[in-house]
Write a protein that binds this ligand. Structure first.
Ligand code: NIG
Ligand code: FE
Length: 444
């Protein structure tokens, strides 16, 4: 097309966001990898400003997807932007991914925290009717609206800490009615909130008081799950994963196998709690069933490590739990060396009230001896893979969702190094190219 004076008219395209001139963009991957294992965990892709101090830029399109990464001049030619953020001297990292949370519940357990500090074990509290049972009682009594109100606040808190995709479990109902109520609350958040959610049915989180694990297994398989599957088929619920607490005194290996197999038949991904307090051969079971993910794994065996490395099941490590309950730490170094893909989660729940993935990464580095690079990979691409979402989330690559954080720091490692200071450090949380959180300027 020609303009009035005979020059070719350049059609200007409008894209949503240009983040210009960053000191570092931590892309994590550059070849569409599903996960990073072993040595590859040590080397996430990082783009640095060049010797002439020209920074790196990023374009997020009007569809919320990443369009380009590189020099500002090359990226902005012929494009108009709805918003431009100058990131001079700052760093851009992918939105963090929290692979394991229990955020829908009523009634806190601050009173139990003091009991545990005084020496009571998690299982002692649980068997005395506290722990999960206490939360189940309160959650059964709460309305859907009450549960949603607190859940929403928690998810918004996570977003401010930099989490842009989070796995959320039911599991404080242990009966069909309350489990469905919880899944509906999670569903509402999926539709209404800026944060992305992967939802998990965890009806086998504990054995309801007064029941046996055998009866609870049958109830999950023959009563709860079919009702949930019907709601999924009717388009009233979206559920992504199924979870079981495979633990001594909760669900044994065989019961876990039966529940997970029923879940697989229903089309759910397998993402379960295993080998936390006792060795249960849960990792071996995860390998056998080709589970997408097994969480905790403080008590994983050598055979379990081998099985998970072979099946490609992802180990979702939860450093807050071992820290709060003073458990032995999972053998993360050995897992990484043997090729298990390691991811991280906050395990946010009434026992471990932690919304912050930067703090989780810090604990993973200090207590579990991960490097900062490994912790970042675990909290981005590998956590995305544990939720079957690494083709769209978990790295800054063209075509993926534009979920990024801008850090007010000259190197990305400040995110882990500055323990508990993420409120000041994370200047922007950007979800699909929209600013969903901006640091209060008074907090600098
Ligand atoms: O991952 N271990 C089982 N489930 C949770 C704790 C849930 C609770 O105590 O309410 C966990 O740590
Ligand atoms: Fe958990």
């Amino acid at each position: 097309m020609m303009s009035g004076r005979g020059e070719p008219k350049v059609e200007m395209r409008t894209e949503k966001l240009l983040i210009r001139n960053a000191r570092q963009i931590v892309a994590v991957c550059s070849n569409g990898e599903r996960v990073l294992c072993g040595e590859a965990m040590k080397n996430p892709v990082i783009l640095n400003q060049d010797g002439g101090n020209n920074g790196v830029s990023l374009v997020i399109g009007s569809d919320g997807l990443i369009k380009g990464i590189g020099s500002t001049a090359a990226l902005s030619k012929g494009i108009r932007f709805s918003k431009i953020i100058d990131a001079t001297g700052k760093c851009v990292v992918p939105g963090l991914i929290d692979g394991h949370t229990h955020p829908v519940w009523a009634g806190d357990r601050v009173h139990e925290f003091s009991l545990k500090l005084a020496g009571a074990s998690y299982m002692e509290v649980h068997k005395a009717g506290g722990g999960i049972n206490f939360t189940v009682e309160h959650t059964r009594q709460a309305t859907e609206n009450e549960l949603y109100a607190t859940f929403k606040q928690r998810l918004e808190g996570m977003l401010r800490c930099g989490t842009t995709l989070v796995e959320c479990k039911s599991g404080y109902g242990l009966d069909a009615e309350t489990e469905i109520k919880m899944l509906k609350v999670i569903q509402k958040a999926k539709r209404e909130l800026a944060i992305d959610v992967s939802s998990t049915y965890c009806g086998a989180h504990a054995v309801p008081m007064g029941h046996t694990s055998g009866a609870a297994t049958i109830d999950v398989i023959q009563n709860q799950l079919p009702k949930i599957v019907k709601l999924i088929k009717d388009g009233q619920l979206e559920v992504d994963n199924i979870d079981v607490f495979c633990e001594q005194g909760v669900f044994n290996k065989e019961q876990t196998r039966r529940i997970l197999t029923a879940g697989r038949q229903a089309g759910l991904a397998l993402n379960f709690h295993g080998d936390e307090l006792h060795p249960m051969e849960a990792a071996e079971l995860g390998g056998e069933l080709k589970a997408e993910a097994v969480s905790h794994l403080e008590e994983i065996s050598d055979a379990g490590i081998k099985a998970m490395a072979e099946s490609g099941s992802i180990a979702v490590i939860l450093p807050t739990t071992a820290y709060i309950l003073r458990l032995k730490h999972p053998p993360v170094r050995k897992m990484i060396e043997e090729g298990v893909a390691v991811a991280l989660g906050s395990d946010f729940n009434p026992n471990a009230f932690c919304m912050s993935m930067p703090l989780v990464m810090h604990l993973a580095c200090v207590n579990l001896r991960m490097s900062m690079q490994e912790a970042l990979v675990a909290a981005t691409i590998n956590a995305a893979a544990s939720l079957r979402k690494s083709s769209t989330h978990g790295s800054i690559e063209v075509g993926k969702v534009g979920d990024v954080l801008i850090l007010d720091a000259p190197r990305w490692e400040h995110l882990i190094y500055q323990m508990g200071n993420h409120e000041k450090l994370i200047e922007y949380v950007i979800k699909q190219g929209d600013v969903v959180h901006q640091r209060d300027s008074n907090k600098r």
